[in-house]
Design a protein around this ligand. Sequence first.
Ligand code: NAD
Length: 297
Amino acid sequence: MSDTAVTPLRIAVIGIGHMGWHVAAHLATAGHQITVCDVAPGVADRWVAEHGGTAAAHPADAVVDCELVVSSLPADRELEAVADGIATFLAKGAVWLDHSTTSAEAARRVAAKVAEHGCVFLDAPVSGGVDGARNGTLTVMVGGDEPTFDRIAPVIAAYGARVVLMGESGAGQLTKMTNQICVVGLCQALAEGLDFAETAGLDVSRVIHVMLQGSSASWQMANRAEKMLAGQYDYGFSTTLMRKDIGLVLEEAQSMNVPLPVTAMVGQMLAEVTAMGGAKWDWCSLMERQRRRRTES
Ligand code: NAD
């Protein structure tokens, strides 16, 4: 959190889902005037009942007169649909800060579209999950121009513990993709290790305790290993969202001829988790797949 005093702004928040709900709440707590909008019936009204502000039925109604637009949408399709809907209604000079995870290409297209209307778009995907959003400790990776970033970063500090400009438009999304490449194989390796230790008859909680002091320690191990052991997957970052991210990563990598064999393999494994009924489970349910494959063999 930043101690810098921030001038209250009129802010439209579009997409009040798992992440957007908390982002909007932190912005309201920071003293901004919030208008929320979500296509899902009743969501915006529920948010207003809890946090105050205003609900708008359509994104175009939400953004009129707003200095800042913040969005947290599922994927490219929704981002571009919202862009088509609001571009001509944005206030001149408005900034649009997008926390959705999308392709870098979609981010650049939307940036170009809003620039035609005298506005600036920042792609700003996040890491830290729903807990990070709720606790205001997200990592925010931003692509866009520096003066706008400098102006908006103190506002993001209401819910971002680390807010970093990564480069030009699209660089935030490319950084998020790098993050996902680095984490996917790691979670599958954790599933394999835990399954191995369990099958070998070890006290796996004690194994985790020891490993957290050693070279294999990771955020996944610290925050997910016990839940994986307990088979608890009803929370967090869904298999569906991680498969979407892997799809974005593989497409971008292919365009650059970068081989990502482990990422592609874990993508296949997550397709199997989906076929097992785990589309909405946290993606660390790779553990469930691992256990089932062992008992089948
Ligand atoms: P979500 O599905 O819970 O929220 C998205 C919201 O957008 C939904 O409420 C949906 O109704 C709304 N929406 C869709 N189209 C709309 C439109 N045209 N106009 C207005 N609202 C619209 O998803 P989420 O988990 O909050 O994730 C949002 C984004 O953040 C995704 O891109 C995801 O990949 C990324 N992300 C999520 C997490 C996580 O842990 N959930 C972590 C990091 C990044």
